[in-house]
Design a protein around this ligand. Sequence first.
Ligand code: SAH
Length: 202
Amino acid sequence: MKNQLKKELSKIPDFKEPRISLEQYMTPPALAADMVFTAYMQNDIKGLKVADLGTGTGILAIGAALAGAENVKAFEKDEEALSQARENAEDLGVEEFIDFIECDVEEVEGDFDTVLMNPPFSVHSDVGLDFWGKACEISEKVYGISPRGAREPIKDFVGNSNHEILGVEAYSIGLPPSYGFHTEESRETSVDLIVTGKVNKE
Ligand code: SAH
């Protein structure tokens, strides 16, 4: 199934006009497929309610729908990205399983089984922690991608929340040249897939 997912997700075109200010970059299909498959194997996708915070081109939401989520809510504040995501879901035949919602992550409300996200996270701001805060608030489980350098701040943050860290897996991905690496086609960077779950306080 992972290869099938990767094959399908590879059909999704990148952001037409990525807005650097919103840190729009698409999760590489191989990593997106891995993330969705990991969640699927933990029984965190099939038949469940999933949210994708900052859906961008929709790759994680679409992956969750392909893997059998009952419903996916894909939140995004950039109207253009959202309409691209909607189109992509139609092209892959999963639009009936996904609700696309235009709003800031701060406004998101709901009760979800699983959050999948690749939030903006630059060294210049800690807006990514807003995403982690929201994700922990609304969901039982969270699967989030973050730069390697953010591992400790996120661990600290989650340690003080209603969630606990369940796993951290390291990956290496190529960032697109639009991110300022003008000398190379793309540059390898280390990221983590961080998994958290709600603490059972019984
Ligand atoms: N989830 C996609 C996109 C990751 S890029 C993927 O994995 O490929 C991060 C996305 O978050 C961008 O699309 C950006 O527009 C969106 N975003 C940034 N700040 C946001 C905010 N405050 N509220 C909602 N979406 C936001």
